[in-house]
Write a protein of this length. Structure first.
Length: 361
């Protein structure tokens, strides 16, 4: 299949694997990927299994659903219980367990919660239901934020006052800086490909300059990831940490200026809570005051239950790279995709879901 087979060529993969083994030496080299799609691809293609023993791949906070704290889920659940509210959301938020419920459970109970494929669909629901407050759950990194920001611009231009966004948007570079200062030793970041198409590569230079951690922006196919690992290995072995872009067919140094312009026309940096990482300064995107009429948190007041974390769940430690899914006592037994205890088992980008689906040990 054109544009797929080229990036899954067996002979090319063997060549890259042999080069990695040749270059890797004997010292431990730790890579952290901070993109859920990379996590899934690494598990799917069995990449860890073909690497030298001294190369370790760990997963970071690259799954937006996973890093969304329980308090936000509880807020969304409380909104869904109001008769005058329609909650709209992407599908991977439905099963995420909050303190006592989930959106899926509330939907079963008859609350009006609708899975949408885009913010455009949510706007259309608002137009067709003027007597209801239509809330879109804004969860995601820089990749999806432009569409949410565009929906707020459209809602303002059309005076669509029954549409609003409950924002939990986060930005990846600040989280990567927080991880760089943590107690998990990271030699190379495999930088998120989708996010990088928006923000470009310039945001990663401070990770090299301030923390001495190399960065490789990677695509998602097996050859992309293997080539990125080889590039990272060479950086470590030669002690030449830098920002490299393997994913040149999609990522430009400047990113997508139009998308960035749209984001910052509507939103501004804010402190944000990340599951497992706590509150990270300037790692979130808050809706600006001039769009407060379309900010759910300011327009619709609800009582939110006290936040309770699931007992025994180590999702937070997995997101920091401190633990792997099989180290959780719930993994694969009472915590499975159809009955998740923690958020890392819910999303198609979650580390636990990836390990479970592809039987990674």
């Amino acid at each position: 299949m054109k544009y797929i087979d080229e990036f899954r060529n067996k002979e090319a993969a063997r060549t890259l694997i042999n080069s990695i083994h040749k270059e890797a030496g004997e010292e431990q080299i730790t890579f952290m990927e901070v993109c859920g799609t990379h996590t899934m691809s690494i598990a799917r293609f069995g990449i860890q299994e073909v690497l030298p023993e001294n190369i370790r791949l760990i997963s970071g906070p690259g799954c937006p659903v996973c890093v969304t704290p329980n308090h936000y889920i509880d807020h969304a659940v409380a909104l869904s219980r109001r008769d005058d509210v329609i909650v709209t959301t992407f599908g991977d938020m439905m099963k995420v367990p909050g303190s006592s419920s989930s959106l899926e459970r509330e939907h079963i109970r008859g609350n009006d919660i609708r899975v949408v494929g885009s913010t455009l669909e949510a706007l259309q629901i608002a137009e067709k239901n003027p007597e209801k407050n239509v809330v879109f759950l804004g969860v995601g990194f820089e990749t999806t934020v432009p569409t949410v920001a565009a929906s707020l611009i459209q809602a303002q231009s059309e005076n669509l006052n029954n549409y609003s966004v409950l924002s939990a948007h986060k930005t990846m570079p600040e989280a990567m800086k927080a991880l760089s200062k943590g107690d998990v030793s990271i030699d190379i970041f495999i930088c998120p490909g989708h996010v990088s198409t928006i923000i470009g590569t310039k945001f990663y230079y401070s990770l090299v300059e301030d923390y001495g951690i190399g960065c490789v922006v990677s695509g998602f196919e097996s050859l992309d990831i293997l080539q990125s690992i080889l590039m990272g290995v060479k950086q470590v072995v030669t002690n030449d940490q830098k920002v490299e872009n393997q994913y040149t067919r999609a990522v430009k140094p400047e990113g997508n200026p139009k998308a960035l312009e749209t984001i910052y026309a509507v939103m501004e940096p804010s402190d944000a809570e990340w599951r497992g990482l706590g509150v990270i300064p300037d790692s979130g995107l808050a809706i600006k005051d001039e769009y407060s009429s379309w900010n759910t948190a300011k327009q619709i007041k609800v009582d939110i239950e006290d936040t309770i974390e699931p007992k025994g769940c180590i999702c937070g430690q997995i997101l920091q790279g401190k633990k792997t899914p099989p180290q959780c006592k719930h993994f694969g037994t009472d915590c499975v995709p159809d009955n998740p205890i923690g958020a890392c088992m819910v999303s198609s980008e979650g580390a636990c879901a990836a390990y479970f689906k592809y039987k990674v040990q």
